[in-house]
Design a protein around this ligand. Structure first.
Ligand SMILES: Nc1ncnc2c1ncn2[C@@H]1O[C@H](COP(=O)(O)OP(=O)(O)OP(=O)(O)O)[C@@H](O)[C@H]1O
Length: 282
C-alpha cells in the first residue's frame, strides 16, 4: 500500500476539485475458512474438514476527507469484516485497499489490560497509539471527560461493564486524532449524554480533516451520526448515499424482513440500488 498506489487510485476516482480520498477499496473479496469436525458420532469422527464461505463479494468504494461514513446492514452482512479489511487487520482474499494513513480501529489498537485501572490504561493506550508522553499527559483529562465513567476510572478495567469499557476505548482512540478512525458499534453502548459527547468528538475529528467510519445495524445511529452511508447485504454493497436517505431505505428493508415480507424486502433492495447506486471505480 504505497503512496504512489494511492495517487494512482485517487486519479482513477477522478476527484479533481473534490476532497482528497483517504481510503479506497477495489473489488475486495473475503472468504473465511473454518475448520469443522466431519460429523457423526464422536467415536467415529474422522478429523476435520475446511469450510469456506464468501463474506465480502467484491466491494469497491472510496471515502474522502471530512466524511463520516456509516456502514449499515443486518447481522452477519459483513460490516465488521469490511472494517477489519479496510484497517488492514484482516487480509482480503482478493482485491486492493489503499489508505493515506494507518486507520485506527477503535478498541483494537489500544492494547488495554483488564488488571490495570482506567487511568493506567489511558496512559498505556495513548502511548501504544504513538503519542509522545507530553501529549499523552495533556490528553488524559480530555479522555476522562469524554469517557464519563467518574471515579471508576481509578478501578481495574476488569470491573467495568462492557459499555464503560467501550466508552473508555472510544475516548482513547478519539484522542489520538487519527486521520482515519473506524468505530464498530461502540456508540450504541453509551447513554444519551455519552452519545452527544461522542458525536462532538467525532465532529472535532472531521473538522480536523479526518474520515470516520461507523458500523451499526441501527438505522437511527447512522442517521444521527453520519453524513454518508453505505449499506451491505450478504457481503454486497447495496447502496451508497446521504446517511438519512440510505438509513431510511434500510429501515424499511429490515422491517420487511422482520415481518417476513420477502417480496417487499427484495424490492427495497432493488430500489435502493437503483436510486443510490454504489460508486464504481473508473
Ligand atoms: N473469524 C471468522 N471466521 C469465520 N467466519 C467469520 C469470522 N468472522 C465473521 N465470520 C462470518 O462472516 C460473516 C460476516 O460477519 P461480520 O461480523 O463481518 O458481520 P456483521 O455485519 O458485522 O455482523 P453483526 O452486525 O452481527 O456484528 C458472518 O457470516 C460471520 O459468521
Amino acid at each position: 500500500m504505497g503512496v504512489s498506489d494511492l495517487r494512482d487510485l485517487q486519479a482513477g476516482w477522478r476527484l479533481s476539485g473534490e476532497p482528497k480520498v483517504t481510503i479506497a477499496a477495489e473489488n475486495v473479496r473475503l472468504r473465511y475458512t473454518v475448520s469443522r469436525s466431519s460429523g457423526g458420532a464422536w467415536w467415529r469422527r474422522g478429523g476435520k474438514r475446511s469450510v469456506t464461505g464468501p463474506v465480502l463479494r467484491g466491494i469497491t468504494m472510496a471515502a474522502r476527507e471530512g466524511e463520516m461514513v456509516g456502514i449499515v446492514g443486518l447481522n452477519g452482512s459483513g460490516k465488521s469484516s469490511l472494517l477489519r479489511v479496510l484497517a488492514g487487520l484482516q487480509p482480503a482474499t482478493a482485491g486492493t485497499v489503499v489508505a493515506s494513513a494507518q486507520p485506527q480501529l477503535l478498541g483494537v489498537s489500544a492494547a488495554l489490560v483488564p488488571e490495570l485501572s482506567g487511568e493506567e490504561n489511558i496512559w498505556l493506550g495513548t502511548l501504544a497509539m504513538g503519542m509522545n508522553p507530553e501529549d499523552a499527559y495533556f490528553a488524559k483529562e480530555r479522555i476522562e471527560l469524554l469517557a464519563g465513567i467518574g471515579d471508576a476510572i481509578k478501578q481495574p478495567m476488569k470491573t467495568y461493564s462492557s459499555g464503560m469499557g467501550a466508552r473508555l476505548r472510544f475516548a482513547i482512540s478519539a484522542a489520538a486524532d487519527p486521520e482515519i478512525l473506524m468505530i464498530d458499534e461502540a456508540l450504541s453502548t453509551g447513554d444519551a449524554s455519552f452519545a452527544e459527547r461522542a458525536k462532538e468528538a467525532m465532529q472535532g475529528l472531521i473538522t480536523r480533516a479526518g474520515t470516520v467510519f461507523l458500523v451499526s445495524h441501527a438505522a437511527k445511529t447512522i442517521e444521527d451520526m453520519c453524513t454518508r452511508a453505505i449499506w451491505l447485504d450478504a457481503g454486497t454493497l447495496i447502496a451508497d448515499g446521504p446517511a438519512d436517505e440510505v438509513a431510511n431505505m434500510y429501515r424499511y428493508y429490515a422491517h420487511s424482513i422482520a415481518l417476513g415480507k420477502e417480496e417487499a424486502a427484495k424490492n427495497a433492495l432493488l430500489s435502493a440500488t437503483a436510486s443510490h447506486p454504489p460508486s464504481i471505480s473508473q
